[in-house]
Design a protein around this ligand. Sequence first.
Ligand code: HEM
Length: 503
Amino acid sequence: MSIVVLAAVFLLSTLLVTYWKEIKEFLRFRKMIAKLPSPNIPTYPLIGHTYNFVGDAAYFFHYISSMAKQYIMETKNKLTIIWLGPMPLLMALHPDTAEVILKSSKHMEKSYVYTFLHPWLGTGLLTAGGEKWKQRRRLITPSFHFDILQDFVDVMNEQTQTMISKVDEKFKSGQKVDINKVVTMCALDIICETAMGKTVNAQSNYDSAYVKSLYRLSDIIQLRQKTPILWWDFGFEKLKIGLEHKDLLRVLHDFTKSVITQRMETHKSSKVTKRMAFLDVLLHAVTEDGEKLSLSDIQEEVDTFMFEGHDTTAAAMTWAIYYIGSHPEVQKRIHDELDKVFGDDVDRNPTMDELKRLQYLEQVTKEALRLCPSVPLIARVTTEDCEMDGYLIPKGTQAAIFIYALHHNPEVWEEPERFDPDRFNKENSIGRNPFAHIAFSAGPRNCIGQRFALLEEKVIISKLLRRYVVVSHNKKEDIRMEGDLILRPADPLNISLKLRSDV
Ligand code: HEM
């Protein structure tokens, strides 16, 4: 035997001995994954199923949602495996399988695909794991205390008033109102002011560098998540898109950093601020070890709120308004409810108590979120073996909950495509599986901003509908939906307005 062969055998045996534990675990993982059900679509080494994902974000969402719906109908399975390149991704498609992940205090770590959010959000509440997440959740929960939400409702009312003035102006001059854009910019102004105590005046200034960078960066992150070839940081950073990514991050971070440092100065000089912003809660917060949060700790939380806190509500409102505009009988019931609460006063700001009384509107927002959940898919990684629907799932599995597919699963929802807000009246809600409607996720890592979001939806939609009738002209089946991070219409919806007083 030549010396080269001997050296190769020696090297191989050393590698085998050194990494035997990892190799054994990898083989065990692959063996268990191979036993899990998957759709009857060819998969290839290295690229897996991703050859089907070429095309724009709308095509991608159409592909995976139709594939999941068909798979559920044909097999009635509650889970499936798809291959994101070389990585298997488990998808929970039913409340029973989603519950295993969401309810557990074990599988709380976020999946690999969330790492592409780290350059922007660091490891703030959305992306953090383990002890850091627990500590942050404890610190941040008081930001949603009733008294602070009350201040936030004042901000919502003021920004909505600006939105209504802009809508009125356009309406009077006969211009088309792009509902998605109008509510998105309003939601952005609301989150800036509530999170940072500063407004970017997005409603007046669509072209702000901050606003533009925020949207472009979200696009790039989505593209990275579904394109394994862009996963490697070193290679990505050298590409044109990687350089653009870096520039956009600079714009966003510079902006939030300057707002935070200004606010820190205000706190030092103990100038009284008009209202508490989420940032003020963070500046006052003290950890269990008696330490204050650092500038970068605070920045990752502020950036997280800016990301999670406006596009989600904007998409939810856009879909809700679309469904209201295509269901006159639903709109009539909302108008009746608004008249009962506000009489014929179309201007007065709603109080917390009045918002609470808008129960039917709340049912409408829930049903719109069932059909079009703003966050269509979330993902974790399993931290130990677990059982799902009789299958053994190995530790280390990337496990997604396909919220959109679960909300359209005919095994869970009768006539799932039908828009019916009465599904959420008191009587029909009795006994419903708590994991059947998970637009805000569920369990210990559910959405911390859920109450904020529902208040915002009610403030904006009620103000709009007290004055206007909305009419939707698109057929649902013709609407292309984009859904990677956020589920939104790919093209502007054709929704027109009529004054209620003219109808
Ligand atoms: C209709 C509006 C909203 C929807 C549908 C929504 C949905 C969700 C979902 C599905 C999650 C779980 C994410 C995951 O596991 O990866 C989540 C988490 C989160 N949401 Fe929301 N969200 C909305 C509005 C908001 C708002 C307004 C805020 C802030 C003001 C917010 C802040 C957060 C944060 C910080 C988390 C991470 C919580 C944690 O991991 O402890 N969300 N949201």
